[in-house]
Write a protein that binds this ligand. Structure first.
Ligand code: FES
Length: 121
C-alpha cells in the first residue's frame, strides 16, 4: 500500500532539510534483500528501487532508450542492465555507463526509518 507522507508542524533540525519534499512509503526493508530490485508506480511515476549492500537507491524504471522496464532487467554490481538492448545505468547516479541509451535516468532521494523505505517523488 502506498501512502503519502507529509511533513507538518514546526520544523525540527531533523526535518528542516526535508522542507518541500514529499516522501512516499514504498516498501519495508525486509521485502527488498541486498542485491535485489523492485519496480513500482507512485504519483504516476515508474520507479526502480534497489538495495545495494544495505543502501537503497531509487531511479526511473523506464529505460531512456526505448521505454523498457529496467526492473525486468538485471543487477550487476552497482548497475542495472536493461533487458531490451542492454544499456547499463549506474543505480547510484542514474548515469548511462553503456548505450544505446544516451540520457540518464532521474534519481530520487530515499530515506529509511524504522524499516520503512520512503522515496521523495
Ligand atoms: S530500451 Fe533499454 S536499451 Fe533499449
Amino acid at each position: 500500500m502506498i501512502r503519502r507522507l507529509h511533513i507538518n508542524g514546526p520544523l525540527s533540525d531533523s526535518n528542516r532539510g526535508d522542507l518541500a519534499m514529499t516522501y512516499t512509503k514504498v516498501s519495508l526493508t525486509e521485502d527488498l534483500p541486498q542485491g535485489k530490485m523492485r519496480g513500482f508506480e507512485a504519483d504516476g511515476k515508474q520507479i526502480l528501487l534497489v538495495n545495494l549492500d544495505g543502501k537503497y537507491y531509487a531511479i526511473g524504471d523506464i529505460c531512456t532508450h526505448m521505454t523498457c522496464k529496467l526492473s525486468e532487467g538485471s543487477i550487476k554490481g552497482d548497475t542495472v542492465i536493461c533487458p531490451c538492448h542492454f544499456s547499463v545505468f549506474d543505480v547510484r547516479t542514474g548515469k548511462v555507463l553503456s548505450g544505446p541509451a544516451s540520457r540518464p535516468e532521474p534519481t530520487f532521494k530515499v530515506k529509511v526509518e524504522k524499516q520503512q523505505i520512503s522515496v521523495d517523488l
